[in-house]
Design a protein around this ligand. Structure first.
Ligand code: 5GP
Length: 195
C-alpha cells in the first residue's frame, strides 16, 4: 500500500453487525471538512433512529425500479429478499461537486462493484468482526430485526465472513475505541491530503 496515494473515495464493507456504520459515522463527524456520505437508496423500512434523506433515501419498490430503469444507480443489490439497496450517481456527483471525498457504507457485492468501477480511486476497507457469535449477539442486541429478517441476516453473515481478503485493507473491530483509532490512522495516512 502506497501511503502517498490520495483516494477520492473510501468504502467500508463488512458482514451485517460488524460495526461499520458506527465507524463511518465517527469518521464523517471527525473529518467533516473532507468527507461527505453517499446516501444510498433502500426499500427496507426506516428504523426509529433514522432520518429519510440523511441515513438513506427510503423508497417504495416501484420508485426503486424506476431508478433502475433510469440508470440512476452506480450499483444496486437485492441484499435481502425483496429489500433493495443502491448507490445513486446523483449522490457521488453531489459529493464530488462539494469538493469532498465520498464515503460509502456498503455490503460485499456492492463494494466489489465499486472497486470495479472506481478501481484505484476508491479505498475499500473490510471491517472484520471478532467472531461469528459476537456478530449474532450484536444483531440481537440492536433489536432492529424481526425473527425473519434476523434469520436472513445470519444466513448472509456466514457468506460475507469469507471475503476478508478480497479488499484493500482489513480493520478488525474487536474493541471499538481501538478500532476507531486505527480507522483514523488509516484515513490520515492514506486518504487525507498531505500538506
Ligand atoms: P442496513 O439495512 O443494516 O442499513 O444495511 C444492510 C446492508 O446493506 C449493509 O451491509 C449496508 O452496508 C448495505 N448497503 C447500504 N447501502 C448500500 C448500497 O447503496 N448498495 C449496496 N450494495 N449495499 C448497501
Amino acid at each position: 500500500m502506497d501511503s502517498n496515494t490520495s483516494y477520492d473515495m473510501v468504502a467500508f464493507t463488512a458482514p451485517s453487525g460488524a460495526g461499520k456504520t458506527t465507524i463511518v459515522h465517527h469518521l464523517l463527524k471527525k473529518y467533516s471538512e473532507y468527507f461527505s456520505f453517499s446516501i444510498s437508496a433502500t426499500t427496507r423500512g426506516k428504523r426509529d433512529n433514522e432520518v429519510d434523506g440523511v441515513d438513506y433515501f427510503f423508497m417504495s419498490n416501484d420508485e426503486f425500479q424506476t431508478n433502475i430503469e433510469e440508470n440512476s444507480f452506480i450499483e444496486w443489490e437485492e441484499v435481502y429478499d425483496d429489500r433493495f439497496y443502491g448507490t445513486l450517481r446523483s449522490e457521488v456527483d453531489r459529493v464530488v461537486l462539494e469538493g469532498k471525498k465520498v464515503v460509502f457504507d456498503i455490503e460485499i457485492n456492492g463494494a466489489q462493484n465499486l472497486k470495479k468501477t472506481y478501481d484505484e480511486r476508491c479505498l475499500v476497507i473490510y471491517v472484520k468482526p471478532p467472531d461469528f457469535q459476537t456478530l449474532v449477539k450484536r444483531l440481537i442486541n440492536r433489536k432492529s430485526e424481526s425473527p425473519q429478517t434476523l434469520e436472513d441476516r445470519i444466513k448472509r453473515i456466514k457468506k460475507e465472513l469469507l471475503f476478508e481478503h478480497s479488499f484493500d485493507m482489513v480493520l478488525l473491530n474487536d474493541n471499538l475505541e481501538e478500532t476507531l483509532a486505527k480507522a483514523e490512522e488509516i484515513i490520515e495516512t492514506y486518504v487525507l491530503p498531505k500538506d
